[in-house]
Ligand binder design. Sequence first.
Ligand code: NOJ
Length: 561
Amino acid sequence: MKVNTTRLHYLLFFLPYLLFSTHFSVDGFIEEEIKRADFPHGFFFGAATSAYQIEGAFLEDGKSPNNWDVFCLTQGSIENGDNGDICDDHYHRYLEDIEIMHSLGVNAYRFSISWSRILPSMQFFLSILAVNFPVSVCHAVIDHLNKRSFLTVFNVGIEPFVTIHHHDFPQELEDRYGSWLSPLMQYAQFPFLQNLCAITCYCREDFVHFAEVCFRSFGDRVKYWMTINEPNLFAEFAYERGIYPPARCSEPFGNCSVGNSDVEPLIAMHNMLLAHGKAAKLYRQQFQAIIWSLNIYGIITPKQGGFIGIVAHTMMYEPLTEFDQEAASRALAFNTAWTLDPLIFGNYPPEMRRYHGSELPQFSSEEAKIIKGSIDFIGVNHYSTLYAKDCMHCSCILGGDRSIRGFVYSTGERDGVPIGEATGMPRFFVVPRGIGEIIDYIQKRYHNKPIFVTENGYASLEQQQAQVQDLLHDVKRIEFHKSYLASLAQAVRNGANVRGYFIWTLMDDFEWVHGYGIRFGLYHVDPQTLNRIPKLSARWYKNFLTNSSLNTKENVYVSEV
Ligand code: NOJ
């Protein structure tokens, strides 16, 4: 299938851009253009997406409704009343999308698996009474996924990086036990039924089981697994600010009918971290090591030898004033280290333990053993930097004076001056140094563990009555990536163990509560035809990826992480 490229567009926009764009730094010096060859041999360059944000096909092949399907039905929850029913229709157009990536020249693709497609419903026991119960529904989806992404991505030499859970889960888990507020979401044991369940995919619906189905079905080809995307952001948005489903919160963080913003984010996060730890343990015991063994059904299976990690939302923080140094480091601990400390050291950051009371859950010694050291690599989603202001000694608004915020108020402005150029996304500013700074923070705190920048992207500023040509002419996105990559390359030169970089995102998609109004894509998606049209940034990325003296197809890191 051919990617829809127009020569005219190329001549009009891209060629002049390449020829005449000058590369001045803020200081006025001409900067060296960032090149792929500035990164080590074998570095992964890719694009990232997530299932709910692109797939559509919302009830196809036995998929059950998920938390977002249901949330989108609530009036006022999503801008313009948008939803993910059709989205970019990636579920059907996957071949075209893989072809697009292939033509871009990426050597990696990060995507997620839809939980509610794999484990459609717990109604097994009810349905089994019915005639013609479709016991293999989940297997049909697995077949589809095999054809759709895994095999095809694999066949064209693009390394799949798979996120098991990216914000979407079966609604049934919310209705039955309150999803991430319940430990049942981690691992629900029904011992006498376990083998039957593993075969049918129906009896267990918890995260570890979902992960196990993924490892078993795709792990022979997938070598990079990420258990959960941004658990820290999800805990904050769903249980503190109440803007993601299940929309729970309390004053002053938001105006929800139920919830407790001071406590519930901590509980949800605790369950997500333990769910990660248990899935990682299972992966390591049953799938990771490269040996042959008998599985529980007495079948000899090759072990898989991949790597497992998690993806943290990592905002960088700088002190608002000279008195806010401590507040900035607290903000980092309450954001990034909240996710990573437990998985590396087996406990919450000391900063959190110091400022939280009994509301901070504790890991039992057994649990600490499970989570400690449970990641092979760190996934870093980084977009922006904010100022941090101390709220322990000064009064603050909007919950900055609460322990859940680490007694920090964060803002994008100092004396009315933004920290960086504004983007289309509230609180995302263009601050290229931030990516170098956050990498530096992570590598020092976690002793240079391998890092993948699993997301970095630019949301176009909303233009009134923008024509398609305006949307395609996304010079600011190119400048964003060039400057962030330059900062990242510097961090790598300084010794940071960064192994890959994924642009968020391949094509404009469903940006959660903002619907389709916020655009991060390298490709524009025509709302009527759903045709994918390359933006200038797609052409730039292709040029960046292919004009290299290094052939990075060979993935030397595969055996090294
Ligand atoms: C991170 C999330 O993983 C992704 O789903 C989202 O679209 C981007 N940030 C942009 O907000």
